[in-house]
Design a protein. Structure first.
Length: 490
């Protein structure tokens, strides 16, 4: 028989325990130095695999941080630590696909900064990461914001860790660009700056290639023309031959990094698509769109690339002829066009909209199939980041990033109770000091209100009617009782 534990189970890795202490979350109270269990089994839960059917009363077996088996007839090893999750729901860890909030500032003042990296501005102690963890987010794509021409590189991190190194999952994940005007720019200037950055890079690349070819001849005579020399030299170039400010753009052109392009409007989508096709970047491109860009849904579908939807899911504009306010739910429009999209939490919206599961529930309520809504916060963003082979769904062989909820994730009454990252219990709601303080505060407030309620009035203070009896006729009842008593005495 496997060892059985009812959550919480008090073990975790040193890095997670220390990082959680910094973030003031529940995992801070783990025993320092304890190793995570080699084998764990989450049993008795409803398992939302995302990639397949939802399983009732199922088991997820994890070995050394990866999912070993999923199903309703999984045989448990004798040395597995079992977590009884009867009545709970297990789903894959949620992805936050576009999070400039993880940086000190989303963008630098300079318009073209491909040499910048999110790691240089990432602060592990930010409350943003702590809140991400308690919302069930297990992977965060931290990258520059939209107010840029070329903003720099993004990275995928865990929302827990003492240092950037502890948090890092993928160090060099993406290059952020924008075809929509940054502050103070119009569209013509935006595109000219973007094109000039790549044009200048191309000129320098050809020059370096020609020089590289000439160096390879060792003073032998040049027997080919400049064009052929450049062609041969390009094959010899290495990253160290470029200026430090150019290397990451070269890596982007080579396909080593994802190209994340912001397009706020439908016309910008057309410009973005044309630009990445011109530079042979389409195969690695992810479109980050504003709400008005839903009008370019056919163009996005034709491109066949992932789309990250603005956190504001509704587009509202007035009909220029009737003056009527027209409202469009963007995810539904994209789904109908056949576009694979990912949803984002809305940090500037209401408290509800900051929850990824609420955004997914909103999509399901407005015509998006339930399965697609759940994929939009798990597997779709994992695929967009090129991490879908290891993350985003509950399947054998994938990393055990798992979220345990009190109920259905699309039910707003459900809460995240536990989060596993790499098979390690990283968060427990019952040991979350901030949550507990809020609950204690609510209880004290309710108790104080109860104490302020007036005491109920005594009967003798109750108002009497005109004949001297009170409203419930207690005097009449007393008289009847006296009469009965007199009769009995006689």
């Amino acid at each position: 028989m496997p060892m059985t534990r009812t959550l919480p189970y008090r073990t975790t890795a040193v890095a997670f325990a220390a990082a959680a202490s910094l973030c003031s979350n529940a995992s801070a109270q783990r025993e320092a130095g304890a190793e995570p269990p080699a084998k764990i089994a989450l049993t008795g839960a409803t398992v939302i695999t995302v990639s397949g059917d939802e399983l009732e009363n199922a088991t997820v077996l994890v070995e050394y941080g990866r999912i070993k088996a999923v199903g309703d007839e999984v045989e448990l090893p004798y040395d597995a630590v079992e977590y009884d999750l009867e009545g709970k729901v297990v789903m894959p860890g949620i992805f936050h696909a576009h999070a400039p909030e993880g940086m000190d500032v989303p963008n630098e003042a300079l318009p073209v900064t491909p040499f910048l990296h999110a790691r240089d501005a990432l602060d592990p102690s930010k409350l943003f990461f702590e809140n991400s963890l308690r919302r069930g987010i297990t992977t965060v794509h931290v990258l520059p914001g939209d107010n840029t021409v070329i903003g720099g590189m993004g990275m995928a991190v865990r929302p827990i860790g003492l240092s950037v190194r502890d948090m890092t999952v993928v160090q060099d994940a993406s290059m952020k660009m924008s075809v929509s005007p940054r502050s103070g720019y119009d569209r013509m200037r935006q595109m000219s700056e973007l094109r000039r950055a790549f044009f200048d890079l191309g000129i320098d690349r050809e020059r370096l290639a020609e020089e590289k070819y000439e160096e390879s001849l060792d003073d032998e005579p040049i027997e080919v023309g400049p064009e052929k020399a450049r062609e041969l030299g390009l094959e010899m170039l290495e990253d160290g031959d470029y200026e430090a400010t150019q290397v990451d753009l070269i890596r982007t052109l080579r396909g080593d990094l994802g190209t994340w392009v912001y397009a706020s409007r439908a016309g910008d989508v057309v410009n973005a698509k044309r630009f990445v096709e011109e530079h042979e970047l389409l195969d690695n491109t992810v479109f980050v769109i504003g709400t008005e860009a839903h009008k370019a849904a056919p163009a996005l579908a034709e491109a066949g690339r992932p789309v990250i939807v603005s956190p504001e899911l509704f587009h509202r504009e007035r009909d220029p002829f009737s003056g009527e306010l027209v409202e469009t739910f963007v995810p539904a429009t994209l789904h109908e066009a056949g576009v694979e999209f990912s949803l984002l939490p809305n940090p500037s919206g209401s408290l509800a909209e900051a929850e990824p599961t609420y955004q997914a529930a909103l999509a399901a309520r407005n015509g998006v199939p339930r399965s697609v809504a759940l994929r939009s916060i798990t597997l779709n963003p994992a695929n967009a980041m090129g991490m879908g082979e290891d993350y985003g769904s509950i399947e054998e062989g994938k990393v055990a990033n798992l979220v345990v909820l009190s109920g259905d994730p699309l039910d707003f009454g459900s809460v995240v109770e536990h989060v596993f990252i790499d098979g390690i219990l990283a968060y427990e709601r019952t040991r979350d000091p901030r949550i507990q303080r809020l609950l204690d505060l609510a209880k004290r407030h309710a108790d104080a209100e109860a104490e302020d309620q007036p005491e109920p009035e005594d009967d003798e203070d109750a108002p009497a009617d005109e004949d001297g009896s009170d409203e419930d006729g207690s005097d009449d009842a007393q008289s009847d009782s006296d009469d009965d008593g007199e009769g009995d005495a006689e």
